[in-house]
Ligand binder design. Structure first.
Ligand SMILES: Nc1ncnc2c1ncn2[C@@H]1O[C@H](COP(=O)(O)OP(=O)(O)O)[C@@H](O)[C@H]1O
Ligand SMILES: [Mg+2]
Length: 406
């Protein structure tokens, strides 16, 4: 396209060293043509029917345009606007055209003979048969030239910037969320750890003040409470430390080839000490005695402890527990099934959130932090495995975890 000179009233400025003035250059078609085609903004010009009459090199690059498929075409048809492509209609006639900012700006420029300021157009285009989302910043300028009215549209592709901005906003949002979560966690952790410390403090205070008057039996009982409560506090602290370590991304897995049945058997035997006291037998079955798993045995032991521990904790005397291993082609599936109280349906989606305890309480006043299942989930995720719960209130629960074989 050839732009004819347009003489403004701008002050004449001398270009350093050259002796040429900008004003002179503005009158040079060659200079204007260089500017037009070298500028990084895409520029195109439309007539009153919003048919494209000319465009520059940057426009060609942005929309992969050629003279044949672009010149004389209605704007949206030429650009590959998704609204046009999807409705198989012409630009200006689809149901979305009335709200198209680009169209509105062009028409405003024609109607009022005024420029429009920078606006952002977020739109998908079909370019070379590929659907691409673009963020385009554009402004329009009205010109009256050789008895013809035209609007020039100047477009800058700001897709990269916008995507970067959106990603940054999302990251900031995530950081704020995480920070809030961390504060909540800290609040709950501090609160939970305060209770046992309070008990220990009160009992030891009594003992210090009345040590001479207390009977050996009372002393023993109080020491027993202090011992049990401090064990619980330690346990809780371990869970909190474990969880926060995993949360901050430090889940160090020491993967080893492990005799899986032996690992589970040992865990079941340890837990049977507890379960027998509650008259809850554990039945252990497996599809094959030789199952080699590539896992972190200590971490999976922690998982089993939590799940079997819960099964005992939330079952009544006389209920039984089944632990079963099935070896499949790609997975080793371990399930822990109890006939206990089950879990209300509404609580199931939140079971793995930290400090989340449900209305289902332990059957023998066993204490808990609500961190066990959150830790279990992190460890199984760390193994690229899957954790599945099925539970019915009043009937019992099955927690199954799938460990990939490689
Ligand atoms: N096998 C189960 N049967 C019934 N309820 C369960 C079972 N396992 C977990 N729950 C419920 O989920 C909650 C969270 O479990 P968990 O994270 O292990 O915390 P904790 O055992 O410390 O309470 C428990 O407090 C309990 O309400
Ligand atoms: Mg638990």
């Amino acid at each position: 396209m050839v732009i004819k000179k347009e003489i403004g009233n701008l002050q004449k400025k001398t270009l350093a060293n050259s002796g040429i003035v900008i004003q002179d250059l503005k009158e040079s078609n060659e200079f204007l043509n260089i500017l037009f085609n070298q500028i990084t903004s895409a520029i195109f010009m439309v007539d009153k029917d919003v048919r494209i009459q000319s465009f520059n090199d940057s426009f060609k690059t942005l929309f992969d345009a050629t003279d044949e498929i672009t010149l004389g075409k209605i704007c949206g048809n030429a650009l590959g606007c998704i609204n046009v492509a999807e409705s198989n209609a012409d630009c200006g006639t689809t149901k979305n055209c009335e709200e198209c900012q680009l169209r509105l700006s062009m028409l405003t420029s024609f109607l009022k003979k005024i420029p429009t300021d920078k606006s952002l157009l977020t739109r998908e285009f079909i370019i070379n048969e590929i659907r691409i989302l673009k963020y385009l910043q554009f402004s329009t300028r009205y010109i009256h030239f050789n008895n013809q009215e035209m609007v020039i549209i100047i477009v800058d592709d700001v897709t990269d910037n916008e995507i970067f901005k959106i990603e940054l906003e999302n990251k900031n949002k995530k950081l704020l969320e995480l920070n809030q979560q961390k504060n909540e966690l800290l609040g709950v952790a501090a609160h939970d750890i305060r209770n046992p410390l309070g008990v220990i403090s009160s009992f030891s205070e009594i003992m210090v003040e009345a040590v001479d008057e207390l009977q050996p039996d009372n002393l023993k009982e109080m020491l027993g409470i202090i011992y049990k409560t401090s064990r619980f506090a330690l346990h809780l602290l371990d869970d909190i430390l474990d969880y926060s370590k995993i949360e901050s991304g430090i889940l160090e897995l020491k993967i080893e080839k492990t005799d899986y049945v032996a690992l589970v058997q040992e865990n079941v035997s340890r837990n049977e000490f507890l379960s027998i006291q509650k008259s809850i037998p554990i039945e252990f079955t497996y599809s094959s005695a030789n199952i080699i798993a590539e896992i972190d045995p200590k971490k999976i032991d922690q998982v089993l402890n939590n799940l079997i521990g819960n099964a005992i904790k939330f079952s009544f005397p006389g209920n039984s527990i089944k632990v079963n291993i099935i070896e499949e082609k790609d997975y080793i599936i371990t399930s822990i099934e109890d006939q206990g109280q089950g879990i209300p349906e509404k609580d199931i989606p939140h079971l793995f959130e930290p400090f989340r305890q449900t209305s289902i309480k332990s059957t023998n006043h066993e204490k808990g932090s609500g961190l066990g299942l959150a830790i279990v989930k992190k460890i199984i995720d760390g193994h690229n495995g899957r954790l599945v719960v099925s539970s019915k209130q009043g009937e019992g629960s099955i927690f199954s975890f799938y460990l990939p074989k490689h």
